[in-house]
Design a protein around this ligand. Sequence first.
Ligand code: S5P
Length: 470
Amino acid sequence: MNKQELALQLFDLGVLQFGSFTLKSGLQSPFYLDFRKIIAYPHILKEISEQLWELTKSLPVDHICGVPYAALSLSSTMATMHDKSMIVKRKEVKKHGTKKIVEGVFEKGDTCVVIDDVISSGISMIETLEILEQEGLKIDHVLAIVDRQQGGKDALEKHDYQVHCVYTVGEILDILLAGEKITQQQYEDTLDFIHENHISFEALRRRRLKKVAFRYSSIERQVEHPTTKKLLKIMSRKRSNLCCSGDVKTKAELLALADKVGPHICMLKTHIDNIQDFDADLPVQLKALAQKHNFLLFEDRKFADIGHIAMQQFTAAPLSIADWADVVTVHVIAGSSSVEALKATGKLDNTALIVVAEMSTKDTLTSEDYVEQAFDIALRQRDVVMGVVAQRHRPKDAELMLFSPGINMATKGDAHGQTYNHPQKAFSDRGVDVMIVGRGIYLSEDPATTAAEYQKVGWQAYLDSLPSRQ
Ligand code: S5P
């Protein structure tokens, strides 16, 4: 079957449709391409896969990857017919088992060609490519059945990908007109639509960022503590959901780390009682760095004693946490009186609390019931509580911020019970607002670059998680 015959058959099967359709971008289109249908027609699936293979076969690639769902059948047909390795980028991250984002067998540095059915704005393709590249795959070529000629190809080429398509919409229209499948009017209307509706990739990204702002402002309307508002502003301005946990041992190490990761984080978390050479100058210097790079100081003291003692621990010298920390954690194992006691110090005007509702360790004792009650205390004390630390989804309707430690892109746990998730999973499955990363950053060879990577992956995962969260 040649390209012309194939296009005519695609029309007859309703894969190419004319009418009025709303696209993912919100645009009203006079035509729609529904390639998900082709799985019902094996001979057509084979024909299209062969056309795509013709574009692929001379490319030096190790793997074929189809973008779910429409292109999965195409990539598997091509891989099977031509004995090629296939990989899949998951649409949703698995909740159990391997928790992988990309399935298949590959090495870092392997080359891959990525296939989608249609290229419109290019945004979903570029986001897929970014994720595959973060997994170590090298991608130079991108394939699609149809280029809608609405800007996606240009956007991809600007990002240095070579784009190969079986058809442009213009070519399809020519074939359908010659085959008397569409009228001259439909032909012209569709061409006009294409020319008038270039989808700007940048504009689409801007629109999605506005959604982020909306999400934050919906929390913001309900928050009472000024530090929460400050954090939300920092996050959207810096496009960072990253809190770096600076669990190092000395003052010099902590200050050096803060200066390196500062541009990429919204919060620096400390365990200040672990700093061997702590002196009163450390908070002063940390504050200066927080101002320089615009992040909050988050002291993870995890008060857990009776209120009377927690009050002393919060205010007592030499650490004087209440005088410099923007945020401090508290367990509610002793009940809501812990929060009330901290409030009674009169020091929570500028310092907000985060309730540790659930721990990330594999044998944590924070049971279902405990977590629920801790969420409840946090909610009731919203005037001073910014949010909760937990490993599960935010409580329904509770506009508390959700902080999640136990995040690492390179490993699944440590030798002492810590368990890790990938940022993508935390954001997409649980609606996390801020991810807390310690060793994943400060033990890396280049903490600044690693923090930048976590920032990028985390923010993208957050953007991706938006539709299901609004
Ligand atoms: O459940 C928890 C709560 C917290 S605050 N699990 C945690 O790991 N944390 C903190 O997050 C912990 O105290 C440490 O400072 C950080 C995780 O560090 P990492 O090196 O394992 O990323």
